[in-house]
Design a protein around this ligand. Structure first.
Ligand SMILES: [Zn+2]
Ligand SMILES: [Zn+2]
Length: 106
């Protein structure tokens, strides 16, 4: 039987055991705080054409920036910088309001 430790805030809080594969329970390590958890979110920040950051994020670290759109901590900071700069801000607002995936912003 496979067991996977469940880590929260750097402390092992328990084990998840059973006859399952890691894929089945979608066990991930949060890209930001290294907690082990059942993945809730992936970073939706565009890093290349048709490609998003996809960093797994726990509920605590995922920053909601729009409907069903979440950014990791560092990309959320980048986004906030864009937010302050004229053109990038507008692009992001357009993308959020249209519900579309963001295109690459450099
Ligand atoms: Zn986290
Ligand atoms: Zn990210």
């Amino acid at each position: 039987m496979a067991c996977t430790p469940i880590i929260q805030d750097g402390i092992k809080i328990g084990w998840m055991c059973g006859d399952f594969s890691a894929d089945e329970i979608r066990m991930e390590t949060c890209g930001d705080c290294n907690d082990s958890f059942v993945a809730d979110y992936l970073c939706d920040y565009p890093v290349a054409a048709e490609q998003t950051c996809d960093r797994p994020l726990c509920k605590k670290c995922a920053k909601t920036i729009g409907h069903d759109m979440h950014y990791c901590t560092s990309h959320h900071e980048t986004w906030r910088d864009y937010e302050k700069s004229g053109e990038g801000h507008q692009k992001i607002l357009d993308a959020i309001s249209s519900g579309k995936q963001l295109t690459v912003i450099k």
